[in-house]
Design a protein around this ligand. Structure first.
Ligand SMILES: Nc1ncnc2c1ncn2[C@@H]1O[C@H](COP(=O)(O)OP(=O)(O)OP(=O)(O)O)[C@@H](O)[C@H]1O
Length: 903
């Protein structure tokens, strides 16, 4: 694309001079667009470059490491400027988006020749065609193919305080919404792992609320509150999905509708008025997913490690999907395990089917290897950002869907396919092979990325196109012939026929031989047009007419190709519902076959998840530690049982030396819960447990200094969350509670926590500690069992057997571990002396007979006799009370008090 010379000169006030304080027409155009897109870097198209000016240029130059220059002056000041070539713009965009910037892309909307017709100083029409923000990407090279790219919208109803979140992946068309509350908002957001969050500016003005959202690390984008108006949102949703009532999709609450509406509004703004294809909104019910708070999610390293890497996470071990969409499906299931035993069993049936039939699995996976990323291709076609390769993706997707349906259907035994697979198979069998064949007939073998330059329609598809193409191409041969002829006539060997936009086709000869064309007999044929540095240029009437024919044929061919492209895109768009269902079905199929592959390779078994409160795992293993040991051929993982069934010994107190494997054991059982409830087989010989509603952990040791919290404070905040929220259905793992403070403070807190979990929360819990004193509690608390890690002492060495057995550890062997870690011998010897002294004192010191002596424990039975007022109060979550509820509660408490006092 070219840019007019006059425009370049007039960015500032001519090159370098300051002739006026008025903005030039181009600069005025820039300033208007800049003002209309606040908060975004403006990529201003100038010919083959996107140029940035003023502060944008300074920011971009330093972010991208490109040269900052200046171009002209504005209001007497130099205009800072930098630019990126259009053909390489994606890489720069990606970098800027990763750094949290937003970019407004402004294009030239007409050919500069058009502008010239309006006068030599006329400015080319330009407008912002799109805002590129982290949550609204569609291009493959800007997206991570293996993870979702969620844009999340958050709303809160001022009157009721109800919060709703809506989320969408515009690259795949997924759209969902749910109602949540302030105390689970963080957990819900973390599981979605948003790339960008939008909310009303009024809401983001509340520091407490912003802090909650900030924890996700995603950039926050404020929108005017009116964009979330629920009535307008309802209208927009009905319009978008072409329905009279939204009830058909679920009974949405007001905040949910407003969250969805705000989200669509924002997408519309960023896509400059063109809404991508969205599937109808799916309403998620809060209780349908296993809630995992952000700290637990991070500490269990589900989708990435604490260091932020995918490698080493649970996902990296279980994701053996063939397609990117299959990987996204596994990642999403891992982040959102289910709570309904029936739905879990259905998913497990899919996996079991593929485990039982390895040849089906192999065939399906081979077919999936040829399955393109249909979801994302479709997403681009829907917003007119697709290219020929996206159409090819649709063609291949439709073909493969047919093969998959055929192979799956043929595998059904007498009892048929399991419910989910049957559904997948049915969806895939709806594939539109006519469309696939038509696309195949039209598309060439080698396809360019963009439709704009043509060259993607197969020879033989359109007679008209073929004719114009051969005219265009044959004339090229004619030109070559003409060049030879002119060269012969003139006797100039170096004569060339060339082309440029100004002269069209022309003859160029070295200035020294030009006289040969200007002799009397040749002057009629060769018409002089231009003299350049060392050459002269001529045209002939023959060349001029050819030029026109070639240009016309090439233009016609391109126009025909564009027409074919648009027709095919429209046909694809008309089938988008089907295509998006096929994309979804093949992603689920891939996930099921991949989980089966992992199950077989890693010897996982099908878990049983039911409505009980039991928890029995036999021969459980830690999936990631086991995989790491295998990779390094560093010995085998020692499998361990775990039995914390609700009505029996639902609490396990685990003591044992450092490095013996306590943390590993705690985590592996939590991971088994997550894997089972996401619908995967689990690393165990057998696993059977009652569905878990919420998973808690207190295992990390990181501080959160940014939020003014020390390590111990973080530990206590997390413990408080567990004690306040865990139910009988929850599963809790606690690792070394209280270690961050003075010994007796820590011990007392651990002690009281254990009692509370036992008597109040009544959840299933694993509790690892170095406070051996706590083991005395087993004698008093009927649902608490002691377990320990077995070690062997041999020739002054400790051998960790990593085996969990019933009983109590006698020592921590901390000094031994310190020695292995390389502490200086002098320190080790001294520590040994101090330990011996302390142990001698301790035998008659304050810790003996602790169970009887400790006031805290003495207070425990009293806790069972808590008053009605205390009982009522302990169940109250103050943050959830409205002023009216609080007043009613005070009256209620007064009456409870009055009822207790003797009249
Ligand atoms: N069951 C097992 N089989 C094989 N190796 C194991 C097993 N459990 C743990 N390990 C190995 O032992 C190492 C230490 O385990 P872990 O961190 O769980 O110990 P710990 O008892 O929690 O230690 P500390 O009390 O010092 O925190 C792990 O990194 C792992 O490699």
């Amino acid at each position: 694309m070219e840019v007019t010379v006059s425009e370049l000169d007039h960015i500032g006030e001519g090159a370098g001079e300051d002739t006026s304080s008025r903005a030039t027409p181009v600069m005025a155009q820039f300033l208007v667009l800049k003002q209309a897109n606040p908060g975004s870097l403006l990529f201003f198209r100038m010919g083959d470059f996107y140029e940035l000016f003023f502060e944008d240029a300074e920011i971009a130059a330093s972010a991208l490491g490109i040269t900052l220059t200046k171009r002209g002056k504005h209001m007497g000041e130099d205009i800072p400027m930098c630019g990126v070539p259009v053909h390489a713009a994606d890489a720069y965009l990606q970098k800027l988006i990763r750094m949290g910037h937003r970019v407004a892309v402004c294009e030239q909307l007409e050919d500069p020749a058009e502008a010239r017709k309006r006068g030599s100083k006329a400015v080319v029409k330009r407008d912002v065609v799109r805002l590129v923000t982290p949550g609204t990407l569609t291009e493959d090279n800007l997206l991570d193919s293996r993870s979702h790219n969620f844009l999340v919208s958050v709303t809160r109803n001022k009157a009721t305080g109800d919060i709703a979140i809506a989320w969408a992946d515009i690259s795949s068309g997924e759209l969902a919404v749910m109602q949540t509350s302030s105390n689970r908002l963080s957990a819900d957001l973390t599981r979605l792992d948003p790339r960008e969050i939008i909310a009303a500016d009024t809401l983001l003005a509340e520091p407490e609320f912003t802090e909650l959202l900030d924890r996700t690390g995603a950039p926050l984008t404020p929108l005017p509150a009116v964009k979330f108006d629920s009535l307008a949102a309802e209208r927009r949703l009905k319009e978008q999905f072409d329905v009279k009532a939204l009830e058909g999709f679920g009974s949405f609450t007001r905040p949910e509708i407003s969250a969805l509406g705000g989200l669509l509004e924002y997408v519309l703004i960023t896509q400059a008025g063109k809404l991508p294809h969205f599937r109808p909104p799916r309403r998620e019910v809060a209780s349908s997913v296993l809630l995992i708070d952000p700290a637990t999610r991070a500490n269990l390293e589900l989708t990435r490690t604490l260091g932020g890497e995918r490698r080493g996470s649970l996902l990296s071990v279980i994701d053996d999907a063939i397609t990117a969409a299959g990987s996204r499906c596994i990642a999403s299931r891992l982040s959102n395990p289910l709570c309904d035993p029936y739905a879990i069993a259905n998913r497990l049936d899919e996996v079991a089917h593929f485990v039982a039939d390895p040849s089906l699995r192999e065939d399906v996976r081979k077919l999936l290897a040829r399955m393109p990323d249909l979801e994302r291709a479709l997403g681009r076609v829907a917003i007119s950002r697709g290219g020929p390769r996206d159409l090819a993706a649709v063609r291949d997707g439709l073909m493969i869907a047919g093969h998959l349906a055929h192979r799956l259907g043929g595998s059904a035994t007498i009892s048929g396919l399991p419910e989910n697979l049957d559904h997948i198979c049915e969806t895939l069998s709806w594939t539109d092979l006519d469309l696939a064949r038509d696309l195949d007939a039209a598309l060439d073998h080698e396809l360019p990325a963009f439709a704009r330059d043509g060259g993607f329609v197969k020879q033989g598809y359109s007679v008209d196109l073929d004719e114009n193409r051969s005219l265009r191409d044959e004339t090229r041969h004619v030109i070559a012939g003409l060049q030879a002829r002119y060269s012969e006539i003139s006797g100039i060997k170096s004569l060339k026929v060339k082309h440029n936009n100004v002269l069209g086709y022309f003859i160029e000869v070295p200035a020294t031989s030009a006289s040969l064309l200007q002799t009397a007999d040749k002057a009629g044929l060769f018409i002089h047009r231009q003299t350049v540095a060392s050459a002269m240029r001529f045209v002939t009437t023959e060349l001029a007419s050819l030029d026109q024919r070639i240009a016309a044929a090439a233009e016609k061919a391109l126009a025909l190709e564009q027409e074919i492209f648009s027709t095919l895109c429209a046909r694809v768009d008309a089938r988008r519902d089907l295509l998006s269902k096929i994309a979804d079905a093949s992603a689920r199929l891939d996930a099921a076959a991949a989980l089966a592959e992992v199950a077989e390779r890693r010897r996982y078994v099908r878990p049983r998840v039911d409505g009980s409160t039991g928890f029995t795992v036999r021969g459980g293993r830690h999936p990631v530690v086991e995989a790491a040991l295998q990779d390094k051929a560093a010995g085998s993982f020692v499998a361990n049982d775990c039995d914390v069934s609700g009505d029996a010994r639902r609490l396990c107190l685990l003591t044992g030396p450092n490095m013996a494997g306590k943390s590993t054991y705690l985590r592996q059982n939590a991971l088994i819960v997550i894997l089972a409830q996401m619908g995967s087989f689990v690393p165990a010989a057998d696993a059977h447990f009652g569905v878990v509603d919420r998973l808690f952990s207190r295992v990390g040791a990181a501080d959160d200094l940014a939020r003014g919290r020390s390590t111990f404070m973080v530990e206590m905040v997390e413990t408080a969350a567990i004690l306040n929220q865990a139910t009988e259905r929850s599963f809790v793992i606690l690792d070394e509670i209280g270690r961050g403070t003075a010994t007796y403070d820590g011990l007392s807190i651990a002690w009281a926590t254990l009692e509370h979990l036992h008597g109040e929360n009544r959840c299933r819990a694993l509790f690892a500690t170095h406070y051996h004193e706590l083991t005395q509690l087993a004698a008093k608390l009927p649902h608490l069992a002691n377990a320990t890690m077995k070690v062997k002492e041999w020739q002054d060495q400790i051998i960790f057997l990593h085996e969990v057995v019933a009983g109590v550890a006698d020592r921590s062997y901390g000094i031994h571990v310190a020695q292995i870690a390389g502490l200086p011998a002098a320190v080790i010897n001294r520590a040994q002396q101090v330990l011996e002294r302390l142990e001698r004192q301790g035998a008659k010191g304050p810790t003996s007979g602790l169970a009887e002596d400790l006031p805290l424990f003495a207070a425990a039975p009293a806790a069972k006799r808590e008053s009605a007022v205390e009982k009522r109060l302990s169940g109250v979550v103050a943050d959830e009370l409205s002023p009216r509820d609080a007043l009613a509660l005070v009256y209620e408490l007064k009456s409870l008090l009055a009822a207790r006092q003797p009249s």
